[in-house]
Design a protein around this ligand. Structure first.
Ligand SMILES: NC(=O)c1ccc[n+]([C@@H]2O[C@H](COP(=O)([O-])OP(=O)(O)OC[C@H]3O[C@@H](n4cnc5c(N)ncnc54)[C@H](OP(=O)(O)O)[C@@H]3O)[C@@H](O)[C@H]2O)c1
Length: 248
C-alpha cells in the first residue's frame, strides 16, 4: 500500500460515469469498491479495469434497510473510507398522466433515498477517515424542467438540496458534500434514451450542447477533484458540467 492510497466507495460504479471514475481513481493509485446489481456488469468491470485495487459487490440500493450492515461489512473487511461517490440512478420519461406511485417511489429510492442512506451510514465515525468527501451525481435536470421528466428532475433537484444541508451539518466533522450536474453524457443510460427517439429529436439534443455531448471521462475528472483534498475548501457546491447546455 502506498502512503497516498485512499479507499473509495462508488455506488453505481459498474457502468458509464461511475466506471470511468473508478478507472481514473485506480490509475491514480487508490483502492475502489464498486457496487451495482448486475453480476454481468460487475464481471465486465473486473475485466475492463484489471487491477487488484478494484473490489466489487453486488447490491441493490433500493434495499434501504440493508445499507447499514452492508457498509459495516465493507469497512470491517477493507478499512475506513476516504470518499463516497453516489452514481446509481436511472432516467424515466413519462408524462404526468401516465405516472404510477410505484414507479415514482422506485426512482426516488434509487436516485435519492439511497444517496441519503449511504451518506448517513458512511458518516458514522467508525466508517470514515479524515478528509472524507461525498459526491452525488445530480444533473442539469435538477435545475431545469422538461416534459415527462417529473420524477427524474425531482430526484436530481432533491440531491442538490440534500447535499447543501448535509454540507452544513457535516462540516464540523470535516466531511464535505458536493454534487456534479452533467448535461447529456454518452453512456448506456443516454444510449437507452436515444434508442427511444427519432433522428430529429437526437439532433435537437446534440445541438443544445455547444461543446457537443460529454464523455464519462469529462465527468470523472471533476469527481476526482471533488473527492480529493485539492477541493478541501469546497462544500455544498453544485458543479455544472454540460458543454454549455444550461447557459443559453
Ligand atoms: N448519462 C447522462 O447523460 C447523465 C446526465 C446527467 C446525470 N447523469 C447521472 O449520472 C449517474 C450515472 O449515469 P450513467 O449515465 O453513468 O448511468 P449508467 O451507465 O446507466 O450507470 C448506472 C449505474 O448505476 C447502477 N444502478 C442502477 N440502479 C441501481 C440499483 N438499484 N442498485 C445498485 N446500483 C444501481 C448500475 O448498475 P446495475 O444496473 O447493475 O444496478 C450502473 O452501475 C446517474 O445518477 C445519472 O442520473 C447521467
Amino acid at each position: 500500500m502506498n502512503s497516498n492510497e485512499k479507499f473509495y466507495l462508488i455506488v453505481g460504479g459498474t457502468s458509464g460515469i461511475g466506471l470511468a471514475t473508478t478507472k481514473l481513481l485506480i490509475e491514480s493509485g487508490h483502492r475502489v469498491m464498486i457496487i451495482g446489481r448486475s453480476e454481468d456488469k460487475l464481471d465486465n468491470a473486473i475485466k475492463y479495469i484489471d487491477s487488484p485495487n478494484l473490489l466489487v459487490q453486488s447490491f441493490d440500493v433500493c434495499n434501504t434497510s440493508e445499507i447499514l450492515p452492508f457498509v459495516e461489512h465493507i469497512v470491517t473487511n477493507n478499512g475506513k473510507l476516504s470518499g463516497l461517490i453516489y452514481a446509481a440512478g436511472y432516467e424515466e420519461t413519462l408524462p404526468l398522466g401516465r405516472m404510477k406511485p410505484d414507479s415514482v417511489e422506485r426512482i426516488h429510492k434509487t436516485n435519492l433515498f439511497g444517496a441519503i442512506e449511504f451518506t448517513r451510514v458512511c458518516a458514522k465515525k467508525k466508517h470514515y477517515n479524515n478528509g472524507f468527501s461525498v459526491v452525488f451525481l445530480s444533473s442539469v435536470m435538477g435545475q431545469l424542467g422538461e416534459p415527462g421528466k417529473i420524477s427524474y428532475c425531482s430526484t436530481k433537484a432533491a440531491l442538490q438540496g440534500a447535499a447543501k444541508a448535509m454540507a452544513v451539518e457535516l462540516a464540523p466533522k470535516g466531511i464535505r458534500v458536493n454534487t456534479v450536474s452533467p448535461g447529456v453524457v454518452e453512456t448506456p443510460m443516454s444510449q437507452k434514451l436515444f434508442e427511444a427517439l427519432d433522428e430529429n429529436a437526437i439532433a435537437r439534443i446534440k445541438s443544445k450542447h455547444p461543446l457537443g455531448l460529454g464523455t464519462p471521462e469529462d465527468i470523472a475528472n471533476a469527481i476526482e477533484f471533488l473527492i480529493s483534498n485539492k477541493s478541501r475548501w469546497i462544500t455544498g457546491s453544485n458543479l455544472v458540467i454540460d458543454g454549455g447546455y444550461s447557459i443559453q
